[in-house]
Write a protein that binds this ligand. Structure first.
Ligand SMILES: [Ca+2]
Length: 551
């Protein structure tokens, strides 16, 4: 930073973090500051602070990874080759029980970026721009920009099809950039109609594809931002391991395909409703994928084992490719000597089904779609912290505000995770809350995950949590016991032996829905919903094509 030597910057920042992590009582944001945050809905400029105050705040490197499930080494995957994220985990914080709000790109990204759940952002599909629906919403970088941050982005931060011009221009103080690279480089990867295969392995340099090119751009950006007399928020959005599983050959070569085991349970869970599933339409849109039954109570008609193994290999290779990019960014922070005043956040936007329940892609309320990777590195904290708490993506925004010593907007749905970083054994949440729509978003499946159970209600007639909860909307229910059934083989809903557990989960679920309704009413007083509520995400049962809304 110009005008502030790295030594001085480090000292002032770690003093704040030291103060934060040495407090014995729960950290609270001053009420006056919260009032300012509410005012921010109409007057962001009132937050601007003196340049001196800005210089005491940490930089933030915010790395989004598309479709990355928590299958890295730090999450216990013995086959994964992920030295970059493993290094970050060893030096920082692994949130092992992190859940996204809705397992699809646009909705989960709008949610983490605004700190609000999908019923508040009103983004449930792949086409809605949260600002069109919800003009007064303030994104995290937009808020940080108002606090004196230089905010920059490259790659996929918001979903491309639902972000306004400039990749949501109000978020960024520096014009948005993107890498322009081909999706495939081998001629036989694409057919005459321009449709491609689900995988590609080509012996090419990293920067041939977008993520390698983005890393080069991000390194240049870090060099520039490190010289600006402001703290920065740099968002880098990597595209892999999203389909197609395309990565340079050297990442495929890290793995022995024969070592990958197929999902051990590929059937529909007993006693579970059809509405919980989809037909894996996103995968089926690739040219080399044969027709198969996406979920079935039979052992027949699965994707052939060789193709499953190829896809799993491709997924891991693409994950290692992105991991290598993250490692380069960590090295660049070291080279620029700014690692010690930079908070790093790495998040995969949702989980992924690699064949479990016969499912591929995301788009469900099951564990494999909602459980997510969330890593942080915070200067001044002990290395290798693993908080046990359940947490949600809505918690990232208030956590960063807490770490930056700025008031979090009061309307945010999440909570600061700082108490769990200070005391990793503390449990901050009774449950994590997620949702997924079906049937053109006329049906919404709401789910809560506690330490042991998941309880889900599928609600019909376009019910949303801004409508008072009523059992008349419930069309199907599920419940899973992860202590006895980690693979979700059986929904235990209405099983006599689970009567008491179910009653507790029903009560907790009803309380969660009442809480959501109350929050919606409160937020509705502040918000200005101008556009019609869109529908569009659909995963109707069928065997062909790519249902609208799957990405
Ligand atoms: Ca995604």
């Amino acid at each position: 930073m110009v005008g502030l030597t790295p030594a001085v910057a480090h000292s002032t920042i770690t003093n704040h973090i030291k103060t934060l992590f040495s407090m014995t009582t729960k950290y609270r944001i001053p009420k006056t500051a919260l009032s300012m945050a509410i005012l921010g809905l109409t007057s962001l400029h009132s937050f601007a602070e003196s340049p001196k105050a800005k210089n005491t705040r940490p930089n933030i490197l915010f790395i989004a990874v598309d479709d990355l499930k928590p299958n890295t080494g730090a999450y216990g995957d013995r086959l994964a080759k992920t030295p970059g994220m493993d290094r970050l985990a060893n030096e920082g914080i692994v949130f092992e029980r992190s859940y996204c709000q809705q397992a699809i790109c646009a909705a989960t990204r709008a949610s983490i970026m605004t700190g609000m759940r999908p019923d508040r952002t009103r983004v449930w599909d792949l086409i809605t721009d949260f600002r069109q629906v919800n003009p007064n919403a303030i994104s995290m970088p937009q808020y940080f920009k108002s606090m004196g941050y230089e905010t920059a982005a490259m790659g996929k931060i918001y979903h491309m099809g639902s972000a306004g011009p400039g990749h949501d221009a109000p978020s960024w103080s520096v014009p948005y950039e993107d890498a322009k690279c081909p999706t495939y480089v081998l001629p036989n990867s694409i057919n005459a109609r321009g449709k491609g295969k689900a995988t590609e392995c080509a012996d090419v340099p990293d920067e041939t594809y977008a993520d390698g090119a983005l890393t080069k751009m991000a390194i240049k950006s870090l060099e520039k931002l490190s010289k600006v007399d402001k703290p920065f928020f740099l968002a880098v959005g990597f595209h892999k391991p999203h389909l197609p599983f395309v990565s340079p050959k050297k990442y495929w070569d890290l793995y022995d395909r024969s070592k990958f085991e197929l999902a051990p349970f590929q059937k529909k869970a007993a006693n579970s409703p059809d509405i919980a599933y989809h037909v894996s339409g996103e995968l089926k849109s690739y040219t080399d994928i044969p027709q198969f039954d996406s979920y079935s109570e039979k052992d027949l008609d699965h994707l052939p084992a060789d193709k499953q193994r190829e896809l799993i290999h491709g997924y891991y290779a693409a994950m290692s490719y992105t991991d290598a990019q993250i490692l380069q960014l960590l090295n660049e922070l070291d080279k620029l000597k700014i690692r010690e005043n930079t908070i790093i956040v790495v998040w995969g936007d949702h989980g992924w089904h690699l064949g479990d329940h016969g499912l591929w892609n995301k788009h469900t309320d099951f564990e494999n779609a909602t459980h997510t990777l969330l890593l942080m590195s915070i200067p001044g904290t002990k290395p290798g912290i693993r908080p046990v708490t359940l947490c949600e993506f809505t918690d990232v925004y208030p956590t960063l505000c807490d770490l930056m010593n700025i008031p979090a907007p009061k309307y945010l749905d999440g909570i600061s995770l700082v108490p769990a970083i200070k005391n990793p054994d503390s449990q901050l949440r009774e449950y994590a809350f997620s949702q997924y729509p079906r049937e053109g978003a006329k049906v919404m499946g709401y789910t809560i995950r506690t330490g042991r159970f998941r309880y889900t209600e599928w609600m019909k007639d376009s019910y949303r949590t801004y409508i008072p909860y009523d059992k008349k909307y419930v069309m199907a229910r599920e419940m899973y016991d992860y202590e006895k059934d980690p693979l979700e083989k059986v929904s235990v809903i209405d099983k006599p032996e689970y009567k008491q557990d179910q009653q507790k989960m029903e009560k907790l679920f009803m309380e969660s829905m009442q809480r959501e309704y109350k929050s919606s009413v409160e937020y509705g007083k502040l918000a200005d919903f101008k556009a019609p509520i869109p529908v569009g995400s659909d995963t109707k049962k069928g065997k062909k094509g790519k249902p609208k809304g799957e990405d």
